[in-house]
Design a protein around this ligand. Sequence first.
Ligand code: R5P
Length: 301
Amino acid sequence: MDLILFSGRSNQPLSRNLASALDLHPGRCLIEDFPDGEIQIQVKEDIQGCDVYLLQSTDAPAGRNLMELLLLADACRRRGAGRITAVIPYFGYARQDRRVTDEEPVGARVVTDMLATRCDRILAVELHTPAVEGFSSVPLVHVPATPLLAEAFRTHRSERSILVAPDAGAAKLVNRYADLLQLPVAYVQKIRKSGEEVSVEAIIGNVEGRSPVIVDDMISTGGTMVKTIEALLERGALPEVAVLTGHALLVGDAGRKLAKLPIKRIITTDSVLHQGTRSLPLEVHSLAPLLADRIRELRKA
Ligand code: R5P
């Protein structure tokens, strides 16, 4: 089956890089907004029987980006695509993997159900939780960004470095980094009070005189990082912090909040676009080679 890659509008630079890593030209399609805000799509290629990949991150505006992906998949299906794979570098709603109270939906399940109506397969990067894979009725291929980020940090590692999991959810993640980087680990006990507000109850492990390397799947509002770094400094950690995170969403005034902290580097990926982050020491590593390798493997299988 001939391979073709189309891009939604959420992350066109990554789509272009992925196309070039795969030695392709991005597929031609028109995506515009109607005056009332609805999305108009026209697939301008003959894709009859093709192996179609659609790249779209579902970061903010998550609903809109998801709808665009679904419409693009529908247009491809109706043009006779042989197989459709949604490539989702940042998978929005993955944090809604369970109900905290019985008043809530399971958002991640809703999203996988919608994707399964139009796509044959999902390829997602550094998911908040592997539970999402279990929700999906079509094959979901998970591509962790951990090895890429660990390699990017390796040259900065010192005998003072200590990996820090900023909450219980990051405990498995930090252990993967510990295996890759052979560093000790500290665990933070975090309580989330609201979407923006968190508090640190305790830190397990001695961080005094150590350079913290905080690992998390994402930075959203920055609340978790701010409270974690403050708590680490109070306990005698050195004011030279590194952060390894798959998705630097940096919503709202996260950039401003983080710029006030002694962060030497934030090593992340290009899963989402970063705007207005000049004051932050962001080191962005492209997912394009990783995604290209995974797509080549999938096509051989
Ligand atoms: C939570 O479980 C996630 O792993 C992140 O720690 C969290 O989503 C980060 O959000 P924020 O930056 O808003 O604290």
